[in-house]
Design a protein around this ligand. Sequence first.
Ligand code: PCA
Length: 210
Amino acid sequence: MLLTGFEPFAGETVNPSWQAVRLLDGTLVEGHRVAVAELPCAFKESLPALRRALRKHEPRVVVATGLAGGREGISLERIAINVVDARIPDNAGAQPIDVPVVRTGPAAYFSTLPVKASLQALLAARIPAHVSQTAGTYVCNQVFYGLMHALRHRPATRAGFVHVPWLPDQARAHRQPGMPLEQTVRALEIIVRTALATTGDIRMAGGREA
Ligand code: PCA
């Protein structure tokens, strides 16, 4: 199974998504070895890097992750949309506005991870979490959409995206919610375990609107 995180961006020195993902490298979850990849926070390079990791590992489950500074708890993303609208330049200085991720692609893809079963498992472990209806319109949504598009003919491969909050130091500096690294790591492990151990999904209220 493959977990991806992002390099730092927007002037930060660390990205909690990669900090958490790298700690799970090589671990066994439900009998599956976890492989990891760090993706560049750049529109031009992120999807080629993701496709290289997909080719290398041929995973049965893919969970891509990124930072959503300001959000409280783990965001289980439900929908990837076919639009890029960058609020700030990426790490290569590019700032695409109102362009599709894939010119001929559909408007959106749904996550094929069991988002509600993951929500239930996270809440049972007392980890703050919710289902999110938007992964934004920046590099994370681009990677989420590109991931689902790359796997569109491989329905047996479950894939999706999870946003994680700031680390505690960053949270303090931004006066926004944060999450200790160990809790983020545990959350990702629970999500991976749930994806590998369940078929389909369960039904429960997702918790909030966005
Ligand atoms: N978060 C950004 C891009 C990289 C990351 O970790 C986003 O939410 O789009």
